[in-house]
Design a protein around this ligand. Sequence first.
Ligand code: PXL
Length: 278
Amino acid sequence: MKRIAVIGDISGFGRCSLTAAIPVISSLGIECCPFPTAVLSAQTGYRSYHFVDLTNEFSAYENEWQKLGYSFDGILTGYIASPAQADLITSFIKKFKTKNTVLVVDPVMADDGEIYGTYSQELCEKVAEIAKSADIITPNLSELCILADVNYRDIIEKSEDENYIEFISSIAEKLITKTLKSVIVTGVRYKGEIYNILCEKGSCRYIKSKIFGGSYSGTGDLFASVIAAKAVQGIPLKNAVNTASKFIEKSVESTFSEGTDRNDGINFQYFLEVLKSD
Ligand code: PXL
């Protein structure tokens, strides 16, 4: 069985990070091995939460994994608890990534132009370094702006322009290197629809979805989990982006119809079958 190590937090509420990754990756017939970065009573969008930073546990946990001697077909990184933990993740990747391992970095840092409360400038710089070592990254627009060092407000000002999607694609394309082969910009709002934009060397394509309400917790984590699972299965990324978009669109539609709060995440549990469609 294929195996993916997922480095991210576990949050009691919010249907994000590991509570999103484990069911998605498992439902696709892949072993999901969680490497927890933090334990939270609820994700940080709620007005109050308890946050347990696991940075000091990282090395002991990693050492045990090294003793087991297992290797991974994929590594997916998400929410990081501290700058020191980002350094530990960099070193984990050096130890565990082989030439057969797909590294997917979801550069969790920000949403709607705002950096998350538990993230610092220093941590964002370290996330950007980790992203450079990935095969695939899945930033939202706010995170793309941080990675590409462009001003989010300047981009949003152009959001009515005819060539807005091409403009964002051109920013994403600049991040592509020999190592970082695919940049997928998620959840871009344009003319009443949501675009997920896949940029690879020499070409960008996009998949459009319907909008239902505002942005919900965990959608980026679910998206990255689908991409990581499909990538280790050797499915072309354009198909994977299509499936991930459909999965999230249906889950958001269901959630919106129930009037669920954005912090509680989306009803992905009803739609895991959609993932098997390619
Ligand atoms: O979905 C991204 C995410 C992951 N983990 C935690 C978060 C967030 C976004 O707010 O707070 C703990």
